[in-house]
Design a protein around this ligand. Structure first.
Ligand SMILES: Cc1cc2nc3c(=O)[nH]c(=O)nc-3n(C[C@H](O)[C@H](O)[C@H](O)COP(=O)(O)OP(=O)(O)OC[C@H]3O[C@@H](n4cnc5c(N)ncnc54)[C@H](O)[C@@H]3O)c2cc1C
Length: 449
């Protein structure tokens, strides 16, 4: 075995970087090794791999609400999740993040929250700090410069195996066959390493948590209809529990003045949406998704979601579009019916059809209920001209069972960030690194004391 470290961190995305930052701030004399399979920040070409992880080339919206971008509150409780978000946000500020925060007009937010409650909806305000692409890169360079004297950083090194002994973390083996020992391991593999990590979890016999699957439609309306929401919040998040099934239904990815788009993965075409900074359409769109957490004996939520998407493709050849009025009248939409509607579809290639042949009754009922509820906040949404595209499906990374400090069933082996299914954004990924780091510092201090 090679020289021994106190800690090896796998992955230099925000989760791994913040683990290192937090531990170096603890002033404990720890030997830390940070391994990243991608390249240095100024040499990398991959969108999701390299110093800074998946967010390096993004325009960096830091979501400062604990209910968005991850599940830290499930592990640490709401109050601590808020503290952690504030804490990492301050670090981003120290390293050059701009001071402006969007979505802070309390009066407007409160009015919208009250109105939402009247319609049985929960409005989740999202405060956002917008880094911008240039800032993103320079902040990530700042993190690297801060860490490079205190932590050994090796880029271009892929970890292929986690080594354990007697139920305890022992080290890693790299793709080149190098074996490196450490007392603690923090695995932060992000999307890039998600498939590898699931395989490793299986090999290590870790219990996997069963993930939900989100299935729904993308809704498109004239931009004016969504203005009451989009003018108040950078991204209006609404949650609803359906009367008929008590299912959790939510809005996702609101795209003011945007376009509806297709997404193709492994031969299945689903729907999505974007907004461009410099190009505005006359429409706005967003998704309505129904979350289902399946119970025993069913273990294949991803296959189920893909099956529904495949059904839409089977009937329509691609994504299906239908006017809400046609769906409610029990008839399919046709090219003519869409053409004389008042919403001109931004996705021209969708096939006019009938979503009731695709979506199970339960999902359709949930979606229609929620449209009616949102119509109270955004009058016109429940118009018969509103377009529904199907289907939109969101999958979650498989994740191993973790305790409250994000440790797996293997002692001293922590799993954090998006690859652990703990976060879905920069801020909570970073905060999850702080959680693991604080626990490691506590254990080390306890041992030394
Ligand atoms: C285009 C784009 C735009 C985005 N915009 C935003 C945004 O505006 N706001 C927001 O909050 N979020 C955004 N995100 C999401 C955000 O980037 C992620 O939530 C965040 O980066 C997750 O952090 P992480 O550290 O968990 O994983 P990642 O950032 O994915 O980092 C994981 C790192 O681990 C490395 N790795 C994986 N496996 C191994 C291995 N076996 N050995 C060594 N290294 C390994 C990978 O190369 C990668 O660099 C965006 C993502 C993308 C792709």
């Amino acid at each position: 075995m090679n020289k021994k470290y106190d800690l090896i961190i796998v992955g230099a995305g925000p989760a791994g970087i913040f683990t290192a930052i937090e531990l170096t701030r603890s002033n404990l004399p720890l030997k830390i090794l940070l391994l990243e399979k991608g390249q240095e920040i100024d040499e990398r070409t991959s969108l999701i791999s390299g110093w800074g992880g998946a967010g390096a080339f993004s325009d960096g919206k830091l979501t400062l609400s604990p209910e968005i971008g991850g599940y830290l509150r499930d592990f640490r409780g709401l109050e601590e999740a808020l503290d952690l978000i504030h804490y990492v946000d301050q670090i981003y500020l120290e390293f050059g993040a701009p001071s402006t925060v969007y979505g802070t007009n309390e009066d407007e937010l409160n009015t919208l929250s009250r109105k939402a409650a009247l319609a049985s909806l929960r409005f989740i305000p999202s405060r956002i700090r917008h880094l911008g692409t240039d800032n993103c890169k320079s902040i990530l360079r700042g993190f690297r410069d801060f860490l490079k004297e205190k932590v050994e950083i090796r880029t271009g090194v892929q970890v292929s195996k986690i080594i354990t002994e007697n139920g305890r973390a022992k080290g890693v083996e790299t793709a080149d066959g190098e074996v490196i020992e450490s007392d603690f391991l923090v695995v932060a593999p992000g999307r890039e390493g998600a498939a590898w990590w699931v395989e490793e979890c299986r090999r290590l016999n870790l219990t996997m948590a069963r993930n939900p699957v989100d299935v729904g439609v993308r809704v498109e309306v004239p931009a004016a209809v969504l203005e009451p929401l989009t003018s108040v919040s950078f991204e209006a998040k609404l949650e609803y529990f359906s009367k008929s099934f008590d299912d959790r239904v939510r809005t996702f990815c609101m795209c003011p003045y945007g376009v509806v788009a297709m997404e193709s993965s492994e031969g299945i075409i689903t729907v999505n949406g974007h907004s461009y900074a410099n190009k505005k359409t006359e429409n706005s769109n967003f998704a309505i998704l129904v979350s289902t957490r399946f119970t025993d004996p069913f273990k294949e939520p991803i296959t189920y979601g893909r099956y529904i998407a495949r059904l839409a493709n089977l009937l329509g050849g691609t994504v299906i579009v239908q006017r809400l009025g046609d769906l409610e009248s029990g008839r399919r939409s046709t090219k003519d019916r869409i053409a004389h509607g008042i919403v001109s579809p931004t996705l021209k290639d969708a096939t006019p059809g009938d979503l009731s042949f695709v979506l199970p009754y339960r999902y359709l009922t949930d979606i229609l209920e929620m449209i009616k509820a949102i119509d109270f906040l955004a009058p016109g949404l429940a118009s018969r001209h509103t377009l529904l595209y199907g289907v939109e499906v969101k999958f979650y990374s498989s994740r191993p069972k973790l305790n409250a400090v994000l440790e797996t069933e293997v002692q001293n082996l922590f799993n954090i960030g998006d690859g652990a299914g703990v976060s879905r954004g920069l801020i909570q990924a970073s905060a999850s690194g702080v959680v693991a780091a604080r626990e490691i510092a506590r254990r080390v201090s306890q041992k030394e004391g």
